[in-house]
Design a protein around this ligand. Structure first.
Ligand SMILES: NC(=O)c1ccc[n+]([C@@H]2O[C@H](COP(=O)([O-])OP(=O)(O)OC[C@H]3O[C@@H](n4cnc5c(N)ncnc54)[C@H](OP(=O)(O)O)[C@@H]3O)[C@@H](O)[C@H]2O)c1
Length: 262
């Protein structure tokens, strides 16, 4: 029997990360759970160990703290049993750009982008040399929509989408599957941190539905999974329009409309 790879999940103490932990445990994968709240992870892990029999390790780490993050990076680089990284930990900010404290912007960018890319970088060489494995990055539909009015959060999620698509192109041929998951509003605690009452939103997905859909995309090896997008043709048209610009970017002369006074 082939041994199933262990799965390291960040932000596993609640929300989507906890739902991913539940799903992968039921699929028979051992887990490494990462977040700051050890008590919550312990409670979840105890239940999953007894219900599924999988092995579960817990790493208490603030992924914004370089020393604590380094423990997770080292584990990803060294533990050959870990074959799947779920880069899920993320947070949001209340208020407008001007209202954000600059320290909060720093923490948001450090968690949503720096930690995510560093963890991917810690595991990628090992997966590429093994010729198998997966990196799942949780982005957001906000990364496609500046209109939502979450400039810094949305920018970090645009980073996640770009990084994932580019890594899919680089690592895919080496056998490493990279998936970007783009949820829209989902019922988790993140809304409380963003100062929004989730029940005032027009439509909210339940976290179990979101993670089940994300895993359906994972099983199909989709590069980009957008659970709330019902019309897949819209994403395909968007991607086709984007890709159609690429051959035009290499030019020695600026476009005609900028040749003012020349
Ligand atoms: N919910 C939505 O509507 C929605 C929509 C689109 C995208 N997303 C994305 O989905 C992902 C999961 O979010 P969620 O909705 O499940 O949020 P959540 O319920 O607030 O959970 C966030 C998780 O990240 C962990 N975390 C937060 N700060 C951390 C830090 N500094 N170091 C380590 N872990 C940290 C939290 O655990 P501790 O507090 O124990 O550390 C928690 O386990 C995020 O990347 C989010 O941006 C969410």
């Amino acid at each position: 029997m082939t041994v199933k790879p262990s799965v390291l999940i960040t932000g596993a103490s609640t929300g989507m990360g906890a739902a991913y932990a539940e799903r992968f445990a039921r699929r028979g994968h051992d887990l490494v759970l990462v977040a700051r709240n050890t008590a919550r992870m312990e409670t979840g892990a105890e239940r999953l160990r007894s219900e599924t029999g999988v092995g579960i390790d817990i790493i208490a780490a603030d992924l914004v703290n370089p020393q604590e993050r380094a423990t997770v990076e080292a584990r990803l680089g060294e533990d050959a049993r870990i074959g799947i990284l779920i880069n899920n930990a993320g947070t949001s900010l209340a208020g407008t750009f001007i209202e954000h404290a600059v320290e909060d912007i720093d923490r948001l960018v450090a968690l949503n982008t720096t930690a995510l890319v560093r963890l991917a970088h810690a595991i990628a060489p090992r997966l590429a040399s093994a010729g198998e494995g997966a990196i799942v990055n949780i982005g957001s539909a906000v990364g496609l929509a500046p209109e939502y009015g979450m400039p810094v959060y949305g920018a970090t999620k645009a980073f996640v989408l770009h990084l994932s698509q580019a890594l899919s192109l680089q690592l895919g041929p080496q056998g490493v599957y990279v998936q970007a998951v783009l949820p829209a509003a989902t019922r988790t605690e993140i809304w409380g941190h963003a100062g929004v009452d989730v029940d005032t939103l027009p439509a909210v997905m339940e976290v179990d539905d979101l993670v089940d859909a994300a895993l359906a995309g994972f099983d199909r090896r989709e590069a980009v999974t957008i659970p709330p997008l019902h019309d897949l043709g819209q994403w395909e048209a968007f991607e086709a329009a984007r890709q159609s610009m690429i051959p035009g970017f290499g030019q020695s002369r600026p476009a005609e409309r900028y040749l003012v006074g020349a």
